[in-house]
Design a binder for this molecule. Sequence first.
Ligand code: FMN
Length: 319
Amino acid sequence: MDALERLLHRASVRRYRPEPIPDADLDRMLAAAQQAPTDASGQLYAILRIRDRDLRERLAHLSGDQRHIVEAAEFFVLLADLHRADRLLAHRGSGLGRFPRMGLHFALLDAALAGAHLAVAAEAMGYGICWIGGLLNRVDEVARLLDLPVGVLPVAGLTVGVPDEAPAPRPRLPRRLVVHTDRYRGYSEEDLEAAYRAMAPISTSGDWLKLLAHYFASGGAMEARDPVYGRAKARQGFADDLAAAAAETLFVRGLEAGSLAEAIAGLLDHGWRGVLFGSGAFGESEVWIERETEAHRGEGAAPGDALAEAVRAAFPSEG
Ligand SMILES: Cc1cc2nc3c(=O)[nH]c(=O)nc-3n(C[C@H](O)[C@H](O)[C@H](O)COP(=O)(O)O)c2cc1C
C-alpha cells in the first residue's frame, strides 16, 4: 500500500505488540516530525519521549487509565514550547516579547503539525498510532510531573507501536459539511440529520449523539477539563492577563486562577469584600484588597502582578 492509500484508510491503533521500534525507524519518524512546517521557522514545540515505565504508568493513570499509553513501544508528549525561544533570544542579548495569545496559537500549531508529521511517518512505516487528549484531564499535574518550565504546555500525547489490531477506518462527516466554498455555509436540519446518519457506525449503539455529548455537551469531559487547563495555562505563562509568577503566587496561597477575573472571583469567594484597582504614581498598577478588619496593597507592572503582591501580603505565612 502506498503512503496515500495508507492515509486514506488509516485508523487509530490502541492495541500494540510488546515489540520495540528499532532506533533507525524512530530516528526517521522524529526527523519527519522535525521537518514539519513551522511558523517563522520558530519551532515553538518540543517532543518529550517518555521512556521511564513508572512515568508512563502515572501518565496513563492521569489520562483516564488508558492502557495503550503503557503498552505502546513509544509514548510521546507534544509540547507547545516558548521556553526555548526565550532562552535563544536571551542567549544573544535579546528577549522574548509578551504575546501570550499569539504564543499559544502558534506554539499549539507547531506542536500539532510536528505530531501529525510524526504520526503520518510512523503509519507510513507500518506502525500504529493513537493521539491522547486524555492527557489534558489533569494537565496541571502532567506539567508538574514532567518538570515543564514556564513557557511550556502539554498539547497531547501520541502512542506509537507495532499494531496488534487492524481496526476498520472510522466514519467521517459528509464532505459538504466540512469543506465550504468561498463563504462559510450554515447547516440545514437536513445537513444535521445527514451528519448523524454518516457518523452512526462510530459506536455499537449507532447513536453519535452519545459520544458527542459525552465530550462536548454541558457537564461533559471538555467542561471538566477547561478550568484545569485554564489554571495550568496561567502557571505555564500563557494567560492573557496573569503572568506565570503571579499565577504561581496565587496557586501557592490556595487561590489558583486561570485569569485575573478568576483571581478576583476567588478572593471574593474567600470573604474579601473589595478589590480596588488603580494606577500608581509612576504608571504601575496598584490594587487594594480589603475585608472587615484588614486591607492590603500591592503594586506591579500589570494588574495581575499587583494583585499577586497584595495576596502575598495578605497571606504572608503560607509560602
Ligand atoms: C487531539 C486528539 C486527542 C485524542 N485523544 C484520544 C485519547 O485520549 N484516547 C484514545 O484512545 N484516542 C484518542 N484520540 C483518537 C480519536 O479517538 C480518533 O482519532 C477518532 O475517534 C477517529 O478515529 P480514527 O483515528 O481511527 O480515524 C484522539 C485524537 C486526537 C486527534
